[in-house]
Design a binder for this molecule. Structure first.
Ligand code: GSH
Length: 225
């Protein structure tokens, strides 16, 4: 890749939007931010819908190319803009496959099937829209803890990062889920604590989370997310 990329990232304020912000800082990429928030109506405008018919954040524009889905954006940035000094993705074929396995595991088992289900059905989150269901919330929390055993096993081998000594974008996805779980009061496994502390000290994490803060508090104006 030659020249300075023309990157614009849409979306702030959620556990999904923080992922690409953080990846930008890990990769040392300059980018513009369109700080639109969820449930504000800003994802439903004509301009935004033309870019992202799914009307969700985050969304990345790289020149005339658009890509949505936080994990896909992070994977795209990792494969397009990693350099020998700053690489967020393994290159050896089997390491790449293992990285992919972690990424899918995190976004399906930890995010969509567990934490997002909790968010969807909690009285103090999206429950008023999708249905308040305390039993579902409790079961989803239990499921999260159960799935976390796989992470626990991986980190127990004295690994600095999920895949060993090398920080990859799978760590970005995992950390956002662990932060999210803590915010929801779901306990995380003991070995994840020092892991999280290590990651929280990364400058790119701190800058990415700062960049993800909305300019003004998000005021929901519509029903669906
Ligand atoms: N799987 C998607 C989920 C994106 C998503 O659901 N975004 C929500 C906020 S977390 C959204 O933009 N909802 C539309 C809206 O609220 O206007 C991803 O990881 O990017």
């Amino acid at each position: 890749m030659t020249g300075t990329p023309d990157l614009t990232l849409w979306g702030v304020g959620t556990s999904r939007t923080v992922r690409p912000h953080w990846a930008m800082f890990e990769l040392g990429l300059p980018y513009k931010v369109k700080p639109i928030g969820p449930r504000t109506g800003e994802t439903k405008t004509e301009e935004y819908t033309a870019l992202n018919p799914r009307q969700k954040v985050p969304l990345l524009q790289d020149g005339d190319f658009c890509i949505g889905e936080s994990a896909a954006i992070v994977a795209y940035l990792s494969s397009t803009y990693s350099s020998p000094d700053r690489a967020l993705i393994p290159t050896a074929q089997r390491d790449y496959a293992a990285w992919l396995e972690w990424c899918f595991f995190i976004v399906t088992e930890l995010d969509s099937t567990s934490l997002y289900v909790m968010r969807r059905h909690s009285a103090n989150a999206l429950g008023p829209i999708y249905g308040i269901a305390p039993e579902v919330v409790a079961k989803a929390g239990e499921y999260f803890r159960e799935q976390l055993r796989h992470v626990e096993k991986a980190l127990r081998d004295d690994r600095t990062y999920l895949m060993g000594d090398h920080f990859t974008s799978a760590d970005i996805l995992l950390t956002t889920c662990l932060d999210w779980a803590i915010a929801y009061g779901v306990g995380i496994c003991d070995v994840a604590q020092p892991y999280l502390e290590r990651i929280h000290q990364r400058e790119a994490y701190q800058r990415g989370t700062a960049a993800n803060v909305p300019l003004a508090p998000i005021v929901p104006v519509q029903a669906k997310v």
